[in-house]
Design a protein around this ligand. Structure first.
Ligand code: FES
Length: 338
């Protein structure tokens, strides 16, 4: 069914009107209509899509999403990514200031992609390539749904324009969806793909870059590295790449760093192991943010820094960068997932 929603910018009072179809959340309907509502995770976790409902009725996707605090609930706030309009609505939500680099941004759409290639990158990380002729920017993500499964957010690892969207999916302990993507999905399977989403995409600023990835955050950082290497000024760019895992067998960034090395002025890779490092391990030990601090890069305030990984890791990294190393916040790029 189709329902119309009227949106009011909170900042400048300007009104937008658009239609929600196909059971879309308020957030997705807004983004598909080109209304830049604030968001990060699209999955109820980060809380950046809060809004208030002035008129009409919305259905909640999750009863108690982590992105809403008790205080939000008392104040009647809802999450746009978890609210599906059931009637004409009037809502008041936050609009992102226009991103100066979003000229190349595609509006998200629902499509179906066939699995055309697959391989294991580590014991629990699988690369899946889906045939999709649609654009995105390096560092963005999509919502994937396998037949009969639930939707999950995964970042693209490749660069656009190849007719393929490539994903790195890590088997999460106890995660039915990630487990099925790693162990069951086969060549020829059809996967629903809704995207692209995300703000932490490559910005063409002419600055040198740092990529900091942990766990399942490798894919978007590989995409950023590939995008940087494909840019016209790549031969002037330096990239420092940090990747943290529990054990050496989790680490596989070397192949991607090698792939782009020739096209960049300089590239370094620091592999970081947090749990079990054998005696002969010659990489870094501990947490990724500690490895970033230990690397002693002296020009971080002049870099663009992209971060992807579990929230405790992105929190620790951004705290270090902003509070201790005084990196301007608008040079740090990440989308938070929980
Ligand atoms: Fe809605 Fe994260 S909670 S975008």
């Amino acid at each position: 069914s189709e329902v119309a929603t009227r949106i009011f910018h909170v900042r400048d009072g300007e009104a937008h009107q658009f239609t929600c179809t196909d059971g879309d959340s308020l957030l997705r309907a807004a983004l598909r209509a080109g209304v830049p509502a604030t968001y990060e995770c699209n999955s109820g976790g980060c809380g950046s899509c809060k809004f208030t409902l002035t008129e009409g009725e919305v259905r909640q996707v999750q009863d108690a999403p982590a992105g809403l605090t008790d205080r939000d609930r008392r104040k009647g706030r809802l999450l746009a990514c978890q609210s599906v309009p059931q009637s004409d609505c009037t809502v008041s939500l936050l609009i992102d200031p226009v991103d100066p680099f979003h000229a190349g941004l595609s509006l998200p759409a629902r499509r179906v992609g066939e699995v055309v290639a697959e391989r294991m990158l580590t014991h629990d990380l699988r690369e899946l390539s889906l045939a999709l002729d649609a654009d995105f920017l390096p560092g963005q993500y999509a919502m994937l749904r396998r037949p009969g499964g639930e939707e999950r957010a995964y970042s693209m690892a490749n660069t656009p324009g190849t007719g393929v969207w490539q994903f790195h999916i890590k088997r999460v302990p106890g995660g039915a969806e990630s487990g099925a993507f790693v162990d069951e999905i086969a060549l020829g399977d059809a996967i629903e793909v809704d995207g692209p989403y995300g703000h932490a995409h490559l910005k063409a600023t002419g600055r040198d870059v740092v990529c900091i990835a942990g766990g399942s955050g490798l894919a978007p950082m590989v995409s950023i590295a590939r995008g940087l290497a494909a840019a016209a000024d790549a031969s002037e760019r330096r990239l420092d790449f940090f990747y943290g895992g529990r054990a050496p067998r989790d680490l596989c960034a070397g192949e991607f760093v090698t792939e782009v090395a020739d096209r960049l002025a300089e590239i370094t890779l620091v592999d970081v192991v947090s749990d079990e490092a054998p005696d002969d391990w010659d990489g870094a030990r501990g947490f990724v943010h500690e490895a970033v601090a230990a690397a002693g890069l002296t020009d971080l305030v002049d870099r663009d820094i992209y971060v992807a990984g579990p929230p405790p890791m992105t929190d620790a990294v951004t705290r270090l960068l902003v509070r201790e190393l005084k990196v301007p916040v608008d040079q740090i790029h990440y989308d938070r997932f929980f």
